[in-house]
Design a protein around this ligand. Structure first.
Ligand SMILES: NC(=O)c1ccc[n+]([C@@H]2O[C@H](COP(=O)([O-])OP(=O)(O)OC[C@H]3O[C@@H](n4cnc5c(N)ncnc54)[C@H](OP(=O)(O)O)[C@@H]3O)[C@@H](O)[C@H]2O)c1
Length: 245
């Protein structure tokens, strides 16, 4: 598969990109730090047994003016696109974001508006190839919760968009995979209090690869989070007002 990947430098993205490289996919990495990206591209090429590193192109999710030309250059370089993976996103605690509304605005822009814009730019090409769009949202978008009100709102919007995309274009051949991780140990969650059922990026990556291969439209991972969120989605408002999660 010809794959454009945003977020392969760290965390769950890095684990998933490794699996894609090892199965022989033709990757092109997007990211905001070219030096870092080149290191990741070289590491992935070694894992794939390739002499040449995978190509890289600069794409910063907070700078949407450049998306269009980067997408065009990617399509030219790979000769088309079969899979686009977006794991990149910003995070901030509710307290930090409430204290700094400008940071909250930027996070909402990066995680929602700019991510959706990027998806819209790759959609025509993926429709042409009957390809797959795999985007990482979050369980935080499933319910308005005290500790993740702002971050969760950005992911709720993203999940909503991805669901509608699946409804609208599934019959035309587009596969949409919306990934909703629970709490996973990565740089993003470093220093946060760890809830029960925390997962590892490698486990998530294996789940996501299976979901991509099967064309599963929505995935909770690690899978126990599907049950956790089923309960949380059904808790009455008076309970949600009292509890701290
Ligand atoms: N970890 C969790 O518990 C958890 C739970 C639910 C959902 N999620 C979601 O799962 C996805 C992956 O999370 P993770 O924990 O693996 O994150 P991570 O380890 O912090 O990695 C984040 C990735 O996003 C990239 N990125 C961040 N801002 C970017 C920007 N403006 N432009 C381009 N790239 C940018 C980073 O690139 P750099 O190397 O340049 O920083 C990095 O590759 C995210 O969408 C996150 O919201 C995570």
């Amino acid at each position: 598969m010809r794959v454009a990947f945003l977020g392969a430098t760290r965390g769950m993205g890095r684990s998933l990109a490794r699996l894609l490289a090892e199965r022989g996919d033709e990757l092109l990495l997007w990211g905001r730090d070219l030096q870092d990206l080149e290191r990741s591209a070289a590491d992935l090429a070694t894992r794939a047994g390739r002499a040449e590193p995978f190509p890289v192109l600069a794409l910063d999710l907070s700078a949407p003016d450049h998306f269009s030309e980067t997408v065009a250059a990617t399509i030219a370089r790979l000769g088309g696109l079969d899979l686009v993976v977006i794991t990149a996103a910003a995070f901030g605690t509710q307290e930090d974001l409430e204290e700094d509304p400008e940071r909250a605005r930027r996070l909402l822009e990066v995680n929602f508006a700019n991510t959706v814009y990027l998806c819209e730019l790759v959609r025509p090409q993926l429709l042409e190839s009957r390809g797959t769009l795999c985007v990482f949202s979050s369980v935080a978008g499933d319910r308005g919760r005290k500790p993740v009100g702002l971050y969760g709102a950005s992911k709720a919007g993203l999940s909503h968009y991805l669901e509608s995309l699946d409804h609208r274009y599934h019959s035309a051949g587009l596969t949409v995979v919306c990934v909703k991780p629970g709490f996973v140990r990565t740089a993003m969650t470093e220093g946060l209090p760890e809830p029960p059922f925390s997962g590892e990026p490698e486990t998530v990556a294996r789940d996501v690869l299976r979901a991509i291969e099967r064309g599963k439209p929505m995935l909770y991972t690690p899978s126990i989070w599907g049950w956790v969120m089923l309960v949380i989605r059904h808790l009455p408002r008076f309970v949600m007002r009292r509890v701290g999660f």
